[in-house]
Design a binder for this molecule. Structure first.
Ligand code: BES
Ligand code: MN
Ligand code: ZN
Length: 496
């Protein structure tokens, strides 16, 4: 029989094919089996490879096949494959490719029939997982440089347009997520508020047709009356700085979507100092801001027909003789006065002035993303972000996007008086914390809600999801929820 090389354009170091239980081959596996004179069938039987989920078998030098390595992955019972098991399969394959350092792969799994998603989403999931599995942060340490440099998918004339669209979206999002992670993983002695704003300038240079950037420094903030924001940065020698990134690809007078990211480049707690255990992780308190940076990259790259204002709220919370203190009363930009109970509840103070400031843009929607409360981690753990909103339609649309990309959120209620009552103060309009840590994610959102009455607003607490831990317990930014918010914007631009 003729040797198969799938023509030259399919020549790769390794081909990945799927096999279901009961020796039911995927389409491409069937072709390879036939060309190799039933070699695949015989060898899987001999190896007791039954096609169960998590079974994997690497074959070398399959007869009549020019691609030297054939990787067979078990896909479970045919017709039962769903999104979740498909993700397990993808991860399993990637681990194997990594182990033997495959650089160039022909990936024949995107055309498997999956119960609850279509081809487009299978491609999006695949590229997304590949990004996550191969990401390394090697700016400060030489790490072995193996990388998968080429992935080919097998397509046919009927679905080529779906591949093009999915790959275009997935690659833009992948690059944005990497940018978010690279920024979020920087140490706090390098990544300070000034550093964040310089990064946004580069963005404006690169996408000068659609992006302009304005920086608000401490002098500006004073003029604007952003005293809550300023108070948080008082103890740090690093100047507080807000970067306003305006993206416009509509050039009309429509209302913008505003996205705000908490950008505490380090949160020591201030005078209400945090315990030292894991305090280093508070370099991730700018993950919300890093997400905004990634998202602005992605929408510029995809040229989405939108008007989006991304705001990076850069600040550092440090103890010092200039620090604000528990007991201080501060007048916010809105005019409301706040009694400071705990200087570690600083995120809401920075955000409340930005939430007031953005009224000037007459926004259609405002979404803030913040590593806001440890209580949110207690409530939802490390895989689900907290969602709180004053508008049902908006929270529904965010949940829809969240389901689309499987970047999970769960809505917490902010319509209960009890939580607002906890913010009452005898000597100021409000205080900056509730009575206790109980329901702390909600009381924090209730604090913010007092500044968002004029527009549709949602708040995503990413304290539990913004970073995660590798096998050796080292933490790294997860890039979440960039995927979710980009999907929200993709959906928004296609539905409007
Ligand atoms: N940045 C923290 C929240 C946080 C904690 C994020 C753990 C990720 C992991 C925030 O500024 C904070 O310190 N919040 C306090 C609020 C409290 C003082 C009301 C908290 O959660 O303890
Ligand atoms: Mn804090
Ligand atoms: Zn914080």
């Amino acid at each position: 029989m003729e040797k198969i090389n799938f023509t030259k354009k399919y020549k790769s170091e390794c081909i990945v094919i799927g096999m279901f239980e009961k020796y039911q081959f995927s389409c491409i596996a069937d072709i390879i089996n036939k060309i190799s004179n039933n070699y695949i069938l015989n060898i899987t039987k001999k190896n007791n490879f039954k096609g169960k989920i998590n079974q994997i078998l690497m074959l070398y030098e399959v007869p009549n096949i020019l691609i030297k390595k054939v990787l067979i992955i078990g896909c479970g019972i045919k017709d039962k494959l769903n999104r979740e098991t498909n993700k397990i399969i993808i991860k399993k394959v990637i681990n194997q490719l990594k182990e033997i350092e495959i650089k160039d792969v022909l990936w024949c799994l995107t055309n498997l029939i999956i119960k609850n998603i279509d081809l487009y989403w299978n491609i999006r999931d695949t590229i997304n997982i590949i990004e996550d599995k191969f990401y390394i942060f090697n700016k400060f340490k030489k790490i072995k440089k193996y990388k998968l440099s080429l992935i080919k998918f097998n397509t046919n004339d009927n679905n080529i347009e779906i591949y093009k669209k999915a790959i275009k979206h997935a690659i833009a999002i992948k690059i944005g997520i990497i940018k978010t992670k690279n920024l979020a993983n920087l140490p706090p002695n390098i990544c300070n508020p000034k550093y964040l704003s310089l990064e946004t300038y580069k963005l404006a240079e690169k996408y000068s047709k659609n992006i302009s950037v304005k920086i608000i420094n401490e002098i500006e903030m004073k003029k604007l009356g952003m005293n809550a924001y300023l108070a948080v940065g008082n103890g740090s020698k690093n100047e507080s700085m807000i970067s306003i990134i305006k993206y416009d690809n509509l050039f009309d007078n429509s209302q913008p979507i505003v996205l705000i990211g908490k950008g505490l480049t380090f949160d020591s707690g201030g005078i209400s100092l945090k315990p030292s255990l894991n305090m280093d992780e508070m370099k991730y308190d700018m993950c919300g801001a890093a997400c905004i940076y990634g998202i602005m990259n992605i929408i510029s790259e995809l040229k989405l027909p939108l008007k989006v204002i991304g705001i990076i709220a850069g600040c550092e919370n440090m103890p010092d003789s200039n620090s604000f203190r528990p007991g201080d009363i501060i007048k916010t930009m809105s005019g409301k006065t706040v009694e400071i109970i705990n200087t570690d509840a600083e995120g809401r103070l920075v955000l409340c002035d930005v939430l007031t400031y953005v009224n000037k843009f007459n926004p259609s929607i405002v979404i803030d993303i913040a590593t806001l409360t440890g209580a949110c981690v207690v409530a939802l753990g490390n895989n689900i972000s907290g969602l709180m909103s004053n508008n049902l339609k908006l929270s529904k649309n965010i949940m829809k996007a969240s389901l689309d990309v499987d970047d999970r959120v769960w809505e917490l209620p902010i319509n209960d008086k009890n939580y607002y009552n906890q913010l009452k103060s005898d000597i100021a309009d409000i205080r900056n914390t509730g009575n206790s840590n109980a329901g702390g994610a909600i009381t924090a959102a209730c604090f913010l809600a007092k500044f968002t009455k004029q527009y549709k607003w949602a708040h995503i607490d990413i304290a539990g999801t913004a970073w995660n831990y590798s096998e050796n317990n080292k933490s790294f930014s997860s890039g979440r929820p960039v995927n979710l918010l980009c999907q929200f914007l993709l959906n928004y631009s296609y539905n409007n």
